[in-house]
Design a protein around this ligand. Structure first.
Ligand code: WTA
Length: 653
């Protein structure tokens, strides 16, 4: 495994620099002295002052690699910090979320006081269904206010949750529910996506056929479509909460230990089985709230919009837990950016006077493709700061974002982090950092990041290598659920007590970090991590497929696109019908995001003599570049054959 040298070569050398505007710098939450703080002092102070504790912590950190314990001895409740304390402080009338449904005209504001009442009612309902401290709960919903309400109700009771992205299939849902052993599932009849209903309850029913641990299901009526309800198991959200008291005393916030499990979030790794990333209570909340405050320069009157889905970690940390902990007003949008037209996002920015917008490069590139005229229809002058996350942002998209959305005046924070890191780790501080389009710039204060070569030596300026983290941080994962060996193997085996992120990177002469994409068999499609092996398993699951190999190729819009090389059983030849069937099969097994963009049918796959598929060569073919070292190939003619087929397919397009 070596960092992708092509990625390094093709990195654009972007010379232009953007200094923070002086007016922005003067009022910024983060000032230059933040970088001078001792990391222990910084996290201790943030922990003490940013959160409200039931019992103060006695020790900042216990570090027994590869497991950290932060804020040892402290007790607290995440829901109390995100909701109740704001109401108690007299901010109950402040808006927590401006919710915007996808269908025209569906919108309302939810204040912190209303949020508290809804959370208490739903927590009481969950208690009635047998949920108590420690009961694992799965949540499979779209972007409706009831999704954060369900998460917060779980946190209030001390019941760990796993949120499963509403775009995932029944199979993907079942895997996650079973891995965590969830006893209750919260879902909805249907979601809205680009004007089409998404059958969440139907998928859930299919999943639950193979989920024996789930005894109760709560079903929110969102679209109002008739869905089947199983007697004794299913209850509608509306029935479950009706008659439940909504005063906070009726359901007090459970005191939780700093290290109690808050949630699992499943993410792709280098095997077919998704990893249940473990996030605990205090360190996670300190990490996300602190970074949210400094990186996004959030003010008491800000209207902050993170346009991600709550089903991904970005939504957990920067739509729900970080912003609510800071008492911030946020926007929650249910649908797609192009419904009913391609200016929907900009209409929302104008309507709520959004001042901070956080999104992904793939979305920015989609807007670029549609053209700046959609943004020009609206007054975007409220925007003060833009953010990017999920994959490297190409300098061209960076500049388009700043010019057409940010009015050529807003700083852009390009934030690097992962499901595993829980919080942003490499990022500009908007009032301090000189920006370079395409660079995530510097480690957040208190974070120790570096770039290592194969042997574990730090590489010099300009050279590519592997991104590592050399010191624990509060929101770091506390392992993989029920998989200690995999945890050690994936993140801690390469360089001992140093965290291996799986990303390539280089650091330039100014100490700025440039991220170069994944170095393992994980693809990044529209900012979503998908493992090659997961897609391969889904393909091989099809009765006609003998073997499959999958890799990513560069795609101008989605970052990477999935290319599948498939060998069919017997003497069967590939066909367009089979291609479509296989794409649909993958969508059914994993979800539409994992559909291969191309399928190349081939009689053989390139393998080493020991039988390992050489994905590196397939990537070369997919990206139409000269082949790397082929000396370990068992049968070199196989690649030539595949190359010819790929070319033939290309010219047929
Ligand atoms: C990639 C999303 C470059 C990276 C928060 C990482 C990025 C993976 C950036 C994590 C960025 C995320 N620049 N690459 N600003 N942000 N990545 O777990 O490869 O869904 O390892 O977390 O996305 O994806 P995940």
């Amino acid at each position: 495994m070596s960092p992708d040298s092509h990625a390094i070569e093709t990195m654009l050398l972007e010379e232009r620099r953007y200094e923070p505007p002086p007016e922005f710098a003067a009022q910024a939450n983060a000032q230059p002295d933040l970088y001078e703080r001792d990391w222990r002092e910084l996290w201790e102070t943030e922990g003490r002052e940013r959160l409200t504790w039931f019992q103060p912590f006695t020790e900042l950190l216990e570090w027994e690699p590869p497991y950290a314990r932060w804020y040892v001895g402290g007790t607290l409740n995440v829901c109390f910090n995100c909701v109740d304390r704001h109401v108690e402080a007299g901010n109950g009338d402040k808006v927590a979320y401006h919710w915007e449904g996808e269908p025209a005209g569906e919108r309302y504001a939810l204040t912190f006081a209303e949020l508290q009442r809804e959370v208490v009612r739903f927590a009481n309902a969950l208690r009635g269904l047998g949920v108590a401290k420690g009961t694992p709960v799965a949540i499979y919903m779209g972007m409706v206010p009831e999704l954060p309400i369900a998460m917060l109700a779980c946190a209030r009771l001390g019941a760990p949750h796993t949120v499963v992205f509403g775009g995932f299939s029944a199979d993907a849902l079942a895997d996650r529910v079973n891995d965590m052993g969830c006893e209750v599932l919260v879902t909805q009849d249907e979601g809205w996506r680009r004007g089409t209903p998404v059958p969440l309850k139907r998928n859930a029913d299919e999943a639950l056929e193979s989920c024996p641990s789930v005894g109760r299901v709560v079903v929110l009526q969102r679209t109002g479509s008739a869905v089947s309800m199983r007697q004794g198991r299913d209850v509608s959200w509306q029935d479950a909460v009706s008659g439940q008291p909504d005063d906070s005393a009726s359901c007090p916030c459970e005191p939780m230990d700093a290290e109690d499990l808050l949630y699992l979030l499943y993410t792709s790794g280098t095997t077919a089985k998704p990893k249940g990333i473990v996030h605990t209570t205090a360190g996670y909340l300190v990490g996300v709230a602190t970074t949210h405050h400094y990186v996004f320069d959030v003010k008491p009157d800000s209207v902050y919009w993170c346009a991600a889905d709550i089903g991904w970690v970005t939504g957990h940390s920067y739509i729900v837990y970080g912003p609510l902990c800071n008492g911030t007003t946020g926007v929650l949008y249910e649908g797609t950016p192009d419904y009913p037209d391609k200016d929907r996002w900009w209409e929302i920015v104008e309507r709520y006077r959004v001042d901070i917008l956080y999104t992904a490069p793939t979305a920015i590139r989609a807007h670029m493709k549609w053209g700046p005229e959609y943004a020009q229809r609206h007054d975007l002058s409220s925007l003060r700061l833009l953010g990017s996350v999920g994959e490297p942002i190409n300098p061209e998209a960076w500049r388009w974002y700043r010019e057409h959305i940010g009015g050529d005046r807003t700083p852009i924070v390009d934030t690097w982090w992962q499901t595993e890191t829980g919080m942003i780790l490499i990022t500009p501080l908007p009032g301090v950092t000189t920006l370079k389009p395409g660079s995530a710039t510097k480690p957040f204060p208190g974070v120790d990041a570096a770039v290592y070569d194969e042997r574990g030596n730090e590489v010099g300026p300009g050279a590519g290598g592997y991104l590592v983290l050399r010191r624990p941080w509060p929101a770091m994962l506390r392992g993989i659920h029920n998989a200690h060996d995999r945890y050690v193997e994936t993140y801690w085996s390469r360089y001992g007590d140093v965290y291996f992120a799986g990303d390539g990177a280089r650091v330039d002469e100014d100490g700025d970090f440039w991220l170069l994409g994944r170095v393992d068999d994980v693809m990044n499609v529209s900012g979503h991590r998908i493992s090659t092996i997961e897609v391969e398993s889904a393909l091989v699951d099809h009765p006609h497929v003998a073997e499959a190999a999958v890799c990513g190729r560069a795609d101008p819009q989605t970052g990477q696109a999935i290319v599948a090389y498939v060998t069919l059983k017997g003497a069967e030849e590939g066909s367009v019908a089979m291609l479509e069937e296989l794409r649909d099969h993958v969508a059914r097994k994993i979800g539409p995001i994992a559909k291969p963009a191309n399928v190349v049918f081939t009689p053989e796959l390139p393998k080493t003599r020991s039988g390992k598929i050489m994905r590196r060569l397939l990537r070369d073919v997919a990206e139409q570049r000269a082949l790397g070292d082929t000396t370990t190939l068992a049968d070199p003619t196989v690649v030539e054959e595949i190359q010819q087929r790929a070319e033939a397919e290309k010219s047929a397009e």
